[in-house]
Design a binder for this molecule. Structure first.
Ligand code: NCD
Length: 325
């Protein structure tokens, strides 16, 4: 497919889901539909004159029940680049704290704003799916508890694809707090579906017993030693320890964690020469990643991931909101 043709030739009708609640229910073909379109938007991101306006007169509502900087801003930017109006509601300090139920809050906002899509982040597993049952517009999961964070996995895949051309056969190490990370879960599902060899690296207390639903399990290998896990990998993806979801005392100290599992220059040298380093952010320097690795201009793709968040979310909104355009 030439660059020129991508926008019109992407078969939006082959994407059959009304919502984006996770990667679990997507086929490899559907993932590639999103990535092809995201790639098209990524090529044009720096062109301020590129204003497709396909979501003109539409309203995107972002509902964040949990902290977020980059994800919420990235969704807002993506919606605006497509011409939509955006209403951001921070529900950490809302009527919910006055005892209103989630159902009443959603019904109230839906009735007031008549949104054409809702982006939700929530600390409860499955909240976006529950909300999708209450409304008549697409719902996009921006992270629910340790369950899924589908647009993060999609933007990570876009970053890998733009770097290497293809994901199939690539060796990707995902390292750190695997058991509490929705980023790890969505990435394990997506990367294994697209045929990558996925190494999950964690201390035994942070390694899940069961892999997330939807993984191609034969593509995933577990390691409790970071040196063995990242050896010869094309991608080394580091994760933040999710202290907000972790039982107290699981990790001895940050210093010891860094000594055993932190990504240092010496450890990175075990991966392929052209390996890339990724992190969804926010990073804890000196805990899971050394400063000089995070800032390494040759290997670190961390800011490129942030950049790729915008075209990825443009593609997701374009595809899900196609009925209305
Ligand atoms: C992640 C999240 O919120 O799950 N951050 C993000 O969306 N970029 C990862 C994290 O908080 O560690």
């Amino acid at each position: 497919m030439t660059e020129q043709d991508t926008f019109t030739k992407v078969d939006r009708d082959a994407f059959t889901h009304e919502h984006l609640l996770g990667i679990e229910t997507l086929s490899a073909e559907e993932i590639n539909i999103i990535l092809d379109l995201a790639d098209y938007y990524a090529d044009r991101l720096d062109d301020r004159a590129f204003k497709p306006n396909i979501l003109q007169d539409q309203i995107v509502l972002t509902l964040f029940f949990e902290d977020s900087t980059r994800t919420r801003t990235s969704f807002e930017m993506a919606a605006k680049r497509l011409g939509a109006d955006v209403v951001n509601i921070d529900l950490r300090t809302s009527s919910l704290s006055k005892g209103e139920s989630l159902t009443d809050t959603i019904h109230t906002l839906h009735s007031m704003l008549r949104p054409d899509a809702i982006v939700v982040r929530h600390s409860e597993y499955g909240a976006p799916s529950f909300i999708s049952s209450l409304v008549n517009c697409p719902v996009i999961n921006a992270g629910d508890s340790w369950h899924e964070h589908p647009t993060q996995a999609l933007l990570d895949a876009l970053t890998m694809r733009r770097q290497f051309g293809d994901i199939e056969g690539k060796k990707v190490a995902i390292c750190g707090d695997i058991s509490h990370s929705r980023v790890a879960a969505s990435n394990m599902i997506l990367l294994s579906k697209l045929g990558a060899e996925v190494h999950i690296v964690a201390p035994p207390v942070l390694m899940p017993e069961k892999l997330p639903e939807g993984c191609a399990t034969e593509q995933i290998k577990k390691f409790d030693n970071i040196e063995a896990g990242i050896k010869d990998c094309d991608v080394v993806m580091m994760l933040r320890n999710q202290m907000e979801r972790m039982q107290a005392g699981l990790i001895k100290s940050e210093r010891e964690f860094f000594e055993e599992y932190g990504l240092t220059k010496e450890r990175l040298a075990l991966a392929k020469d052209d390996a890339i380093v990724m992190h969804p952010g926010p990073m804890n320097r000196g805990v899971e990643i050394a400063d000089d690795v995070a800032d390494d201009p040759k290997h670190s793709m961390i800011l490129e991931q942030v950049r790729n968040g915008v075209p990825t979310r443009m593609a997701v909104m374009d595809i899900l909101m196609k009925e209305n355009t």
